[in-house]
Design a protein around this ligand. Structure first.
Ligand code: SF4
Length: 440
């Protein structure tokens, strides 16, 4: 499809060649881009030609015609300039219009220039819960739709409205400052409202975390689906010490049902867990979630599997979790009751007796977790603060505001607030420096 302009002596660039992790195809007369297998956006070819021409004309101070033919862009300029302009445009389009390839939600990129602080929100940035463990959350959005998901993730989500991805340099800048404050013996734990291995800069992030002199351990939560042996090796090489792998049943059908995805392959997850345990210096901890009456026996099989592959060399081999109900989480329809934690621990102790594997009842000391001074809170629950609205929020209808180097989620405000507004908020939650506010 030839869409615009003319010119002799033109440079030509194949769009797919401007970034090693960019895929481009022409479909239904639209150019469809996928960056890092994660960020999707599309543009009309004639619109792209106009944007290229406008940018080149500004740089060269003359009218520079450009055209798009299939997935090739041509313009009357030299190849290097054309390539640079296309790189700029692709970054801009990804930032302004990118959606998460797995969830189809708008993906908001948080970098230093966004001015969005990385403390204060539970979905992205860094969470300090008053111990030597710092939770590092680089990305939201998941490739699965587990029927019990506490954060209602995946493409079936009804509550989540936007996804976020944090620039790795920006995240590491914040991390360094907080790790300095926390002192020696820090564990950097990569987790989040979604699947961390979808983060395209994960090896760089792991390496940056591990390089901090106060960091002893880098660990990560994962469903292991996006991992293969090479990716595991890369992460271990970068400094990852422990993979906490979610796995709920060894029965492929039941595992698929719990993952809420017909493509979920538990055999792959088992193979990856075994590979980590046997072939790398990293440790693997298997983390099944117990749905009482549904996967009880499956958990016994998972315990046996953990022993068989040699999981838990340095830390416990299993981190069995109880199902808990969350306001914005999912609850399986068949689940009759939520088991109180006391009963859950009783069940774990029975499992310890039955299988001979312990500890299954986990304590902070099993992970070297100890209390540490928390970051100061610039404001408290009940305070009134003046804040600037900086972004749309994570949950449908939420906006995010900024004050004193913290972000504050403002639920149900998207119809009233726009980015750039300065508003007065009353803080309604401040626990662990995670702030929620309402219009005062
Ligand atoms: S893998 Fe985790 S984040 Fe993803 S849907 Fe399942 S429980 Fe939720």
């Amino acid at each position: 499809m030839r869409t615009s302009t003319h010119a002799a002596d033109r440079a030509e660039v194949e769009l797919g060649a401007i970034h090693e992790r960019l895929d481009v195809r022409l479909e239904d007369r639209r150019l469809k881009f996928t960056l890092y297998d994660l960020i999707e956006f599309e543009v009309d070819p004639s619109e792209l030609a106009r944007m290229v021409s406008a940018l080149l004309s500004r740089i060269e101070r003359r009218h520079v015609p450009a055209s798009v033919d299939g997935t090739r862009v041509a313009a009357s300029t030299d190849r290097r300039t054309l390539k640079e302009v296309l790189q700029q445009l692709i970054s801009r389009l990804a930032g302004e219009a990118g959606t998460h390839a797995h969830t189809r939600r708008r993906l908001i990129y948080i970098s230093e220039s966004s001015g969005i602080p990385l403390i204060g929100h539970s979905a992205f940035g860094i969470i300090d819960r008053g111990t030597n463990v710092l939770q590092v959350r680089p990305i939201t959005g998941c490739n699965l739709c587990c029927i019990y998901c506490s954060v209602d993730e995946g493409w079936v989500s009804r509550t989540r409205w936007r996804d976020f991805m944090v620039d790795p340099d920006y995240l590491l800048d914040w991390f360094r400052e907080i790790a300095d404050f926390k002192g020696e013996g820090v564990e950097a734990h990569i987790d989040g409202q979604g699947e961390p291995t979808l983060y395209p800069f994960l090896p760089d992030l792991v390496q940056g975390l591990k390089e901090h002199p106060n960091v002893d351990v880098v660990s990560m939560q994962t469903n292991a689906v996006p991992l293969d042996e090479d990716y595991v090796d890369e992460l271990v090489e970068a400094g990852l010490d422990r993979f906490n792998v979610s796995i709920n049943s060894l029965d492929p059908k039941k595992a698929r049902a719990m993952a809420g995805s017909k493509d979920y392959d538990v055999r792959h997850v088992m193979r990856i867990a075994e590979y980590i345990a046997k072939e790398t210096r990293a440790d693997v901890l298997l983390a099944p979630l117990w749905l009482p009456g549904y996967n009880d026996e499956d958990i016994v099989e998972i315990i046996e599997f953990a022993v068989e592959i040699g999981a838990g060399e340095r830390w416990p081999p299993l981190g069995i979790q109880n199902y808990l109900e969350y306001r914005f989480g999912r609850r399986p329809k068949f689940l009759r009751r939520v088991v109180p934690m006391k009963e859950f621990y009783r069940w774990l102790r029975e499992l310890e007796r039955k299988t001979g594997v312990r500890p299954l009842v986990l304590k902070p000391e099993h992970f070297g977790t100890e209390p540490r001074k928390s970051l100061p809170k610039p404001f408290r629950r009940g305070d009134r603060v003046q804040a600037e609205v900086v972004s749309e929020g994570r949950i449908r209808g939420e906006m995010i505001a900024r004050a004193s180097d913290r972000v504050i989620a403002v639920p149900d405000s998207a119809k009233k607030l726009s980015v750039g507004d300065v508003v007065e908020l009353r803080i309604t939650r401040d626990k662990h420096n995670i702030f929620v506010g309402e219009l005062a």
